[in-house]
Design a protein. Structure first.
Length: 428
């Protein structure tokens, strides 16, 4: 069986969205005849902070019939230690900038430079390894792939753009310093991908942009959903509607229309509506929007991150999950969309253009409702919430034959077919 090294900084038991992509590849690639070897760092169970000290930080190798995971010691740098103290934040930022600058030139300046050494050792001793995938973020992992390709020219080098980098950078604070860093990273990105065979991205639009940007062929492998959860029965209250949003919030998301509509509907229908934002307690964009609306603080509740078990339990108390469109990246599938779908909870997608991929998915999978504009939003939500008040909780029979294409298992099958075809074409 041919082998491929997958360098992924994030991997279970860490509680990050980026962990799930590499986990799916580890579990399912062997079904296509590819044996994946994951190189990652040590993590605590459900860890959601990059800088947290790791309890068990020993080198370990975990081997199964489907995959192998090599967990490397986490090097807790001075920058990471500073993160614990708010008064040291200026020093932490300075150290972060220094690391970003130096990591563009010297692998040893990376706190996870041991990833390179581990991969190099494997490639030197195992001629069955014929490819390496570097999954970003952090995009400095592309430096590792670039260097390994130079050392082993026969190796297939495939950068994985799990997130966008310099094509559409989500630089929420566009300071002078950030602009300098962007220019530096732009040069590094072009350098580190110039010897790649092709790249992987998570949407057609991103793939086209990246192809123009780095002058390489791209292939779409979506993030997808892990598995469809069976939702437990919840206590029904006709006079209470609970709506939830979980995960990162960006400046191009607008929650004001939903909050304003719900405030008005509460009075019209004489019900109580609660909107929960989970894992978003540090988002100033969200807090600014809530504080700009009279009465919103009584309706909106902002919470910190929950571990997976806590999140499943919390979601089970909700009536709806809420999505917004993203004005900066309108034609892409956010990880959140698939996580919401897998929960089994009905979705409300607010203010999405009809051509948007999120809208297409919600409509074709029959997983929720689309609320389009100011004029129709209030009336559509009144109709939806009246149904709840009258004893008919919103329920849909989802189109799982359509949505299966978006499962992580199926997307990994597509990746496996690509790798098998690509690797076989290189065999004598």
């Amino acid at each position: 069986m041919k082998k491929v090294i997958i360098i992924s900084y994030f991997f279970p038991p860490a509680n990050f969205a980026g962990s799930q992509r590499a986990e799916a590849w580890a579990k399912h690639l062997s079904k296509s005849g590819i044996y994946p070897i994951i190189i990652t760092r040590n993590w605590n169970k459900n860890q959601n902070s990059i800088t947290e000290e790791v309890t068990n930080n020993q080198y370990s190798v975990e081997t199964t019939e489907e995959f192998e995971v090599r967990r490397l010691p986490y090097k807790r740098t001075l920058r990471d230690k500073c993160a614990k103290y708010s008064f040291l934040r200026p020093i932490q930022k300075a150290l972060t900038v220094w690391e970003l600058v130096m990591s563009n030139y010297f692998i040893k300046s990376l706190p996870y430079s041991n990833f390179y050494q581990e991969a190099h050792s494997l490639l030197s001793s195992d001629n069955q390894i014929i490819g390496i995938i570097g999954s970003g973020r952090p995009f400095q992992t592309f430096f590792i792939g670039f260097q390994l390709k130079n050392k082993f020219p026969q190796l297939k080098w495939i950068p994985d753009y799990r997130d966008e980098w310099n094509t559409h950078p989500r630089n929420e604070f566009n300071s002078f310093l950030n602009k300098i860093i962007q220019k530096l990273e732009l040069k590094s990105e072009l350098k580190w991908t110039k010897n790649a065979d092709y790249f992987i991205a998570v949407s057609e639009e991103m793939t086209k942009s990246l192809s123009n940007h780095i002058d390489k062929k791209g292939v779409v492998i979506l993030n997808g959903y892990k598995e469809i959860l069976q939702r437990l029965p919840k206590e029904y209250n006709p006079l209470l509607i609970r709506i939830g949003y979980t995960g990162t919030i960006y400046s191009d998301q607008n929650f004001i229309p939903l909050i304003k509509s719900c405030l008005e509907i509460q009075n019209v229908l004489e019900i109580k509506i609660e909107i929960y934002f989970v894992g978003t307690s540090s988002s100033q964009f969200l807090l600014d929007q809530i504080n700009s609306i009279d009465g919103a603080n009584e309706m909106c509740f902002v919470k910190g991150r929950l571990n997976p078990e806590e999140l499943i339990k919390f979601n089970n108390s909700l009536d709806f999950l809420f999505l917004t469109s993203y004005s900066k990246t309108p034609n892409s599938y956010p990880v959140k969309l698939f996580e919401y779908y897998a929960s089994g909870i009905p979705l409300i997608l607010f203010y999405s253009d009809r051509s948007d991929l999120m809208t297409k998915f919600v409509v074709k999978s029959n997983s929720g409702v689309i609320v389009k504009n100011d004029n129709s939003a209030k009336q559509k939500l009144i109709s939806l919430f009246s149904q709840h008040k009258n004893g008919e909780p919103f329920h849909v029979v989802r189109n799982e034959s359509y949505s299966h294409y978006f499962s992580r298992e199926h997307q990994t099958t597509l990746l496996g077919e690509l790798l098998v075809s690509d690797f076989n074409s290189e065999l004598p």
